[in-house]
Design a protein around this ligand. Sequence first.
Ligand SMILES: C[S@@+](CC[C@H](N)C(=O)[O-])C[C@H]1O[C@@H](n2cnc3c(N)ncnc32)[C@H](O)[C@@H]1O
Length: 201
Amino acid sequence: MVLSERGRSKIDTGDDEAFYDSPRLVTHADDAFLTRLTELYAAVLSPGDRVFDAMSSWVSHLPERPFDRVVGHGLNEAELRENDALTEWFVQDFNSDQSLPLADDSFDAVLCALSVQYLQYPERTFAEFARTLDSDGVLVVTFTNRMFPTKAVRAWRAASMDERAALVESYCRAAGLTVTDVVREQPGQDPFYAVVAEKSA
Ligand SMILES: C[S@@+](CC[C@H](N)C(=O)[O-])C[C@H]1O[C@@H](n2cnc3c(N)ncnc32)[C@H](O)[C@@H]1O
């Protein structure tokens, strides 16, 4: 296990679905971060890709591409319904159940933007991301220094940005993925960090 029991604890131990009960139709980083995120997705994704946007919301930050399938997941149904990029979606609390209702090897890309800090069981969740990725699939995890602090795990709250990147790298490795790139940039006010990992590398 990558996280200790203490490291995966949160200040707010209440139900995550209840916390996300009301839709938040806001963005969770500044425009420069979101533009950089779309650029990174454009560099990694190809037309026709099958994409799983895990821990999504009302926007997916995807570039204009004809994707074959874009499956969204989140905690708030109203937010996901607003998300035009998604061809289908489901609601699931990953801190209660990490098994994804998705077939093995069925995605070219799994995306997780601005959300990894809320995972209390990242080892099992990332193992599921890896299972659903096709043999040449890619996982893109992005984050900044903003968060809902009461819902982020202790290991994340206590860490520097570089330590957070190292933590995400360790989640990838624990799931058998190979980290191929770690991006650390400052496009605007919010630092832009990305960990890119592949199944086959
Ligand atoms: C800050 S928002 C980021 C949303 C979106 N990825 C974006 O870039 O705008 C955090 C998201 O994490 C997801 N999330 C938080 N806690 C979760 C949990 N316990 N299980 C599953 N998803 C969770 C929710 O979908 C929530 O919308």
